[in-house]
Design a protein around this ligand. Structure first.
Ligand code: KIV
Ligand code: ZN
Length: 387
């Protein structure tokens, strides 16, 4: 099995979610949580952007043990020096140097010619190497850039000492086959068997960040950049919990593994939700409220007989309670009987049948019934008492 490194950027790209500002204690707690989760690299921040960001990266570098601590820098000396100073106390440190690759970025943001970008990238990767051996290089918006230029950029970055090359689909423009093909060409035409990690960094503007990242893994990537709950700029980044559980659940297909302690996933998801205020949608894969809930009678009946009928993974493996049967208008008699039995009501068949009809009437207008409401329903009909 190939080892896929998990590079978590919740504290950097994730914090770039509109409206999110984490305090230093919150960031520290998240960073400790990420270390417990077993991520390989924590991108702790972008130190040049503010004194607060610098101090936060610096404290994480001092206090959080285990993962590599990484700081972001543009291709200029001041950024790199600030990043290097912030991560200096870490046992393992990385500087992530980035530029841009697409024509629109060069013309309107960098205001530089392709030759200038090549020259600066080479010089600044070399400069970052003076502070640490572990240097990552990225060029934003590779999916919309000219491949020959992308190829030259990554070639000079490797020549200058980059040990990880990251290919950001900054605008979430790529589709899986195309992004996968790009990674394959970079592997075959740029890396060519050298000891350099290829990293994927995908945004979710078209809802394909997870699919694109996994296409990258199938084509040679050995690092995935992602965030808890998929938070990040605009529609967000690849969700950590999705790629990790896809690699785990479909290890037969990917033949690759991460070092994530999956039982910590749910706890981390809740922590990030609480601190960022970004509420996880109920149907969100892996961590959403409904991700392990079954409502329809057919599904409930199947799950009661054998969980594998409608579950491809156990809720417990991501640190959640066992799957729940939601009692709503689509539910069946078996699930209803089981729920009542769990509340201590073992009713004769005829009473159960009458109650079931009453339950259906209520659920039809109201939606799902909570435990208390179920209990009240039985007691109001006063057919039995808990045993
Ligand atoms: O999306 C992006 O291009 C980034 C880079 C800084 C890696 O976040
Ligand atoms: Zn990004």
């Amino acid at each position: 099995m190939r080892h896929i490194r998990i590079f978590d950027t919740t504290l950097r790209d994730g914090e770039q979610s509109p409206g999110v500002a984490l305090s230093v204690p919150q960031k520290l707690e998240i960073a400790h949580g990420l270390a417990r989760l077993g991520v390989d690299i924590i991108e702790a921040g972008f130190p040049i952007t503010s004194q607060g960001d610098f101090e936060c990266v610096n404290r994480i570098a001092r206090e959080v043990k285990g993962p590599v601590i990484c700081a972001l820098a543009r291709t200029n000396k001041a950024d790199i020096e600030r990043a290097a100073e912030a991560i200096a106390p870490a046992e393992k440190r990385r500087i992530h140097v980035f530029t841009s690759a697409s024509r629109v970025h060069l013309e309107y943001m960098l205001r530089k010619t392709p030759e200038e970008v090549l020259e600066l990238s080479e010089a600044m990767v070399r400069y970052a190497k003076e502070f640490t051996d572990d240097v990552e290089f990225s060029a934003q918006d590779v999916m919309r850039a000219d491949f020959d230029f992308v190829k030259r950029l990554y070639e000079v970055a490797i020549a200058a000492g980059a040990t990880t090359i990251n290919l950001p689909d900054t605008t979430g423009y790529g589709v899986p086959q195309e992004y996968g093909a790009l990674i394959r060409r970079i592997r075959d035409e740029v890396v060519r068997g050298r000891d350099v990690h290829i990293s994927v960094h995908c945004h979710d503007d078209l809802g394909m960040a997870t699919a694109n990242a996994l296409a990258g893994v199938e084509n040679g990537a050995t690092q995935i950049e992602c965030t808890i709950n998929g938070i990040g700029e605009r529609a967000g980044n690849t969700a950590l919990e999705e790629v990790v559980m896809a690699l785990y659940t479909r290890r037969d297909h990917y033949r690759a593994e991460t070092r994530i302690h999956t039982r910590e996933i749910y706890r981390m998801s809740r922590m990030v939700e609480r601190y960022t205020g970004m509420v996880v949608q109920p149907n969100k894969a892996i961590v959403g409220d409904n991700a392990f809930a079954h409502e329809s009678g057919i599904h409930q009946d199947g799950v009661i007989k054998n969980k594998e009928t409608y579950e491809i993974m156990n809720a417990e493996i991501v640190g959640r309670q066992a799957a729940v049967l939601v009692l709503g208008k689509h539910s069946g008699r078996n699930a209803f009987r089981k729920a009542l039995a769990e509340l201590g009501f073992n009713l004769p068949e005829e009473q159960l049948q009458n109650l079931f009809l009453r339950f259906k009437e209520i659920a039809d207008t109201k939606g799902a019934l909570e435990t208390d409401e179920l209990r009240a329903l039985v007691e109001s009909e006063s057919v039995n008492t808990p045993q």
